[in-house]
Design a binder for this molecule. Structure first.
Ligand code: FES
Ligand code: FES
Length: 158
């Protein structure tokens, strides 16, 4: 077993993990953060996406020991400390960017990083930005709308 220390959503957390423990399993099972969903476990669907030092990564393709000492944001960390939903979360709710919600944590993390890097993306840039996240329900149109709405909210609030 390996002792690792991660800063998750601003909180220092420790876990003892086998060398092959996936970050997704570490978050869900060792740290109790079940907001990160696991679909394919093969790096295809993107629903396990979290932010590693601010950049989206697939936690199902990441061994927990390899991110010892790093900073991770999961979907649980996107809202403010008082529980206020982030602009991206509010936009997804407002524009019906989800149906079953299974893919949503991954989209929210991906889109949070996307809009940080490109605050006013075109349709094409949005589609490119979310191309690594699969959704079986929505047909993507309301997800694209949600991303544009989130960009608007962020601009209004900046
Ligand atoms: S569960 Fe990680 S990409 Fe599908
Ligand atoms: S909302 Fe169901 S998979 Fe995306």
């Amino acid at each position: 077993m390996h002792e690792i220390t991660l800063t998750v959503n601003g909180v220092v957390r420790q876990a003892a993990v086998p060398a092959r423990r996936l970050l997704s399993d570490c978050l869900r099972h060792d740290l109790g953060l079940t907001g990160t969903h696991v679909g394919c476990e093969h790096g295809v669907c993107g629903c396990c996406t979290v932010l590693l030092d601010g950049e989206p990564v697939r936690s199902c393709l990441t061994f927990a020991v390899t991110v010892d000492g790093r900073d991770i944001t999961t979907v649980e960390g996107l809202a403010g400390q008082d529980g206020t939903l982030s602009p991206v979360q509010r936009a997804f709710a407002e524009c019906h960017g989800l149906q079953c919600g299974f893919c949503t944590p991954g989209f929210l993390c991906t889109v949070t990083a996307l809009l940080r890097d490109n605050p006013a993306p075109s349709d094409e840039e949005v589609l490119e930005g979310i191309s690594g996240n699969l959704c079986r329900c929505t047909g993507y149109q309301n997800i694209v709308k949600s991303v544009h709405r989130a960009a608007e909210i962020m601009a209004e609030e900046s």
